[in-house]
Write a protein that binds this ligand. Structure first.
Ligand SMILES: [Zn+2]
Length: 312
């Protein structure tokens, strides 16, 4: 399995709860010890403005390009806006597209980045400038490589931007399992939304997830994008679920084995993670990649992964 990453993801956004440093640390940890089945690290290319325009409005992209967002819009984005930040997010959007392409050819791929699910067509919110997942799906649909897609969003926050982007598109099934009474306040309906109570623990979470996965697989997608957010963790600063690291690893195992069993290509993106100790966030994301490697090995003990499914 290939992993997509770039040292340029450690964007300087000033003092911030969003630790962009995590991307470099995950990369370093992956290289620090042998990971059987890890078949190389691929550098992304930045998404072009034309590719971004498949999802985002021209008006919004013009404002981002010319740095003319209003102070209210900057506040909603909760990010400073300068050239290196815009270029960093463009690169990460390209990274999700690269991972999605690799998923189609290899069966599964991980992006150490991405998952910016609070970006809408016409504005950005909550540290999310561009909706990388929707851009990747739309580029591949335009190329005819994908017809139906699923987004499985297990970040602790509802995937509001993605839900609204695909609200009227039955060919893209959006599933979000999140903490109900948390950001964002406005939660447009996705295809399947499960709002969990604060304090939800490993047992309840995993039981709920087991009930959800058959519905996700039933969509018979050509591609699944999995947002493996690290923020359902018990010591996260922006979430109030109480999953342990073991529980989060089990979450990834359940999701990835179900997808592999169904032989649907999966692109995995990091999404959120704001643990009090950065090392915990890094541990959780690295565990997701390890579970992906293990799911790939389980399906192909002696040979290449199964060929991608044909288009319907
Ligand atoms: Zn989140």
């Amino acid at each position: 399995m290939k992993v997509v990453s770039s040292p340029r993801y450690a964007i300087d956004i000033g003092p911030h709860v969003f630790p962009t440093e995590k991307f470099r640390r995950i990369y370093d940890r992956l290289l620090a010890t042998p990971h059987p089945g890890l078949d190389g690290i691929v550098a992304p290319q930045a998404a072009s403005w034309d590719e971004l325009a498949l999802v985002h409005t021209d008006e919004y992209l013009d404002k981002v390009r010319t740095r003319s967002l209003s102070s209210e819009e900057i506040m909603e984005l909760q990010l400073p806006l300068n050239e290196s930040i815009v270029e960093g997010f463009r690169l990460m959007t390209g990274g999700t597209l690269t991972a999605a392409r690799l998923a189609l050819s290899d069966g599964m791929a991980c992006h150490i980045g991405g998952g910016f699910h609070h970006a809408f067509a016409n504005h950005g919110e909550g540290f999310c400038l561009f909706n990388d997942v929707a851009v990747a799906i739309e580029v591949l649909r335009q190329e005819g490589a994908v017809s139906r897609a699923v987004v499985v969003d297990l970040d602790v926050h509802h995937g509001n931007g993605t839900a609204l982007i695909y609200g009227r598109d039955p060919s893209v099934f959006t599933c979000s399992m999140h903490e109900q009474h948390n950001y964002p306040a406005f939660k447009p309906r996705g295809s399947l939304d499960i709002g969990l109570a604060a304090g939800t623990d490993d047992v309840t979470y995993l039981q709920t997830l087991e009930g959800v996965l058959p519905r996700v697989v039933a969509h018979e997608a050509d591609l699944i994008v999995y947002l493996a957010g690290a923020d359902p963790f018990e010591d996260d600063q922006l979430g109030n679920l109480t999953l342990s690291k073991k529980g989060l690893r089990q979450r990834d195992r359940l999701v990835l084995h179900a997808m592999r069993e169904a032989e649907i290509p999966v692109a995995i993106v990091c999404a959120g993670g704001y643990a009090r100790q950065l090392v915990d966030t890094v541990d959780i994301h690295v565990a997701t990649i390890e579970e992906a490697l293990s799911a790939m090995a389980a399906r192909s003990p002696s040979g290449p992964p199964p060929a991608r499914r044909g288009l319907r």
